[in-house]
Design a protein around this ligand. Structure first.
Ligand code: PMP
Length: 287
């Protein structure tokens, strides 16, 4: 459960018990999907609780809002401050923080004058679990960048993710791998994708995917540790010649992948670059 009777949330300048935070059922976000959210993690460190990369998350949130004509006066600094306050009010250290911009009632397909900010947090284990994943090539593509701002973390984009994950699960898999509109492998429904071949890491360039903050962290960690990494387009057939693969995301952290369709990645996860980067990532978030 995401809340109980003691949970405190933030809604438009007020701190409230979760059950008292209400919205109008006429809000535009619910009817048409225009809203923005983030997913951020906080970790307990030797120096107390630390939110990992709040600046990057809130810059992405404000940029997403601007792309979607969602107006807000909140700054990155205010949003970061509120997030620490949220953790403190709920006595949380290791937590997942979910900020949401949702819009006021308006049934026309136009920008809405008033934006609401909701902030909540809950304790959440790794989103995709700890076991190696069995993933399936999805029949659903990522949204076409010519039909929306695919780089924005817009509420409505997640119907695409729900369809892909549901299809994968209904077919007995753990998660999906989606192609972009041109047919190249792009990302998972809630995580970016990497594979390893002959000691080199590959991930696709930006353009058809959510620009993941974990993706950036992993690219930086790879470079700092002498791991060669290439951003390039690749097909599913190419992935099926790889040694190993993994997803990256704030909620999932680094999730190893055991197989794609009927292809089993041959390298032991413990010997892979993904495993090495996963250990480095755990150190980085707790620094
Ligand atoms: N792609 C999608 C579609 C996502 O929803 C997420 C999760 N936010 C990611 C990638 C990973 O992004 P991040 O590392 O910033 O959490």
């Amino acid at each position: 459960m995401y809340y109980n009777e003691n949970t405190i949330v933030y809604l438009n300048g007020e701190w409230l018990p979760s059950a008292q935070a209400n919205v109008s059922l006429y809000n535009q976000t619910m009817h048409y999907g225009n809203g923005i959210f983030e997913g951020i993690r906080a970790y307990s460190t030797n120096n107390g609780v630390k939110i990992f990369k709040p600046k990057e998350h809130y810059e992405r949130m404000l940029k997403s809002a601007a792309l979607m004509h969602i107006k807000t006066d909140y700054t990155v600094e205010q949003l970061t401050y509120l997030s620490y306050e949220l953790l403190e009010k709920n006595g949380m250290t290791d937590a997942y923080i979910r900020p949401l911009f949702y819009l006021d009632p308006n049934m026309s397909l136009v920008p809405v004058d008033k934006t609401n900010l909701f902030l909540c947090a809950w304790e959440w284990g790794r989103y995709l679990g700890d076991k190696l994943l069995r993933i399936k090539t999805s029949s659903y593509q990522r949204p076409n960048p010519k039909s929306c701002h695919v780089e924005a973390k817009t509420v409505g984009h997640y119907i695409n993710s729900i369809l892909a994950t549901t299809e994968a699960k209904q077919n007995g898999f753990d998660e999906a791998l989606m192609l972009d509109a041109a047919g190249f492998a792009a990302e998972g429904p809630g995580a970016n994708f990497f594979f390893e071949k002959d000691g080199v890491l590959y991930t696709c360039p930006l353009g058809n995917i959510l620009p993941g903050i974990t993706r950036n962290t992993v690219i930086d960690l790879a470079k700092q540790n002498g791991i060669i990494i290439h951003e390039k387009f690749f097909t599913i057939e190419e992935v099926k010649t790889a040694d190993s693969a993994f997803f990256t995301g704030t909620a999932a952290e680094i999730a190893g992948i055991g197989s794609l369709d009927d292809y089993i990645f041959p390298m032991e996860w413990n010997n892979s670059l993904g495993k090495k980067l996963s250990a480095l990532y755990q150190e980085e978030v707790r620094k």
